[in-house]
Design a protein around this ligand. Sequence first.
Ligand code: ATP
Ligand code: MG
Length: 286
Amino acid sequence: MNLEEDHLALIREPRMLVVEGLTCRFGAKAAVDNASFSISRGGFVGVIGRSGAGKSTLLRTINRLVAPAEGRVRFEGTDVTALRGKELRQWRARAAMIFQQFNLVGRLDVLTNVLMGRLAAMPAWRSLTQVWPESDRALAMSALEQFDMASFAAQRADQLSGGQQQRVAIARALVQQPDLILADEPIASLDPRNTKIVMDALLRINKHFGITVICNLHSLDLARSCCDRLIGMAAGRVVFDGAPSMLTDQIARELYDLEAAEVIGGTVAPAPEVAAIPALGTAAAA
Ligand SMILES: Nc1ncnc2c1ncn2[C@@H]1O[C@H](COP(=O)(O)OP(=O)(O)OP(=O)(O)O)[C@@H](O)[C@H]1O
Ligand SMILES: [Mg+2]
């Protein structure tokens, strides 16, 4: 199995994900308000905006963890908002989520946590046997190797540091063989060193495997340095959509309102280097 070839072959396809007039309400309040944009395959898109702007709700609505009140999400022509049952489960696997708090099963070992990413691809009878196919185990080990986590395979997930746990969560997302990774503040609980390691892992997924990443980020500096496109949200609305170079300090100030001085005051961190790495599926076989 070679994830890399599958994804790189599809990279040229334009407008993979189309969000049209998407609105999501909690009571009377619109957490996402008439949001429209489209994303081409292979991009690394940052979603920015102050706390409560609707960033998490937007990602959760795309993944269908939250149902929209109005509007549509289309993926390669399929209306994702209308999916039910098995097709909805398949969509959730294709749009893999990565969370701030990692969402691993702490009492299970690292390898089993990564294998959980294969559940959606497994027939129900097989998951009942609780025996993972050897090909899945090899894929999971290979994914761990991508992020220098193979030596932790047998260790309980709750014995790892936050940065290590997030790398396991990214490996789990990778073995889902997703078309899209939706990362909701993946570095919000991490120190600067682990922030770099985890952003580096997401950049590898994007640049090496060609998987589209949409990533909510609090830090504007990080968003500017890592993303090739930014979507700015305020009060549920999309108020900016463009290249990081188009986001002037004036627009950032408006986007973040009074928080602007803090947000744009720091130095811009250089983008983490994307190292050459072996294709997933080859390393574990060695
Ligand atoms: N489950 C929920 N029930 C009720 N209101 C909610 C729910 N989830 C989000 N909201 C509200 O919707 C709005 C948008 O929240 P959301 O979590 O999407 O913002 P965010 O941009 O991700 O913020 P943060 O940067 O703090 O994570 C907020 O006003 C929030 O209080
Ligand atoms: Mg959020």
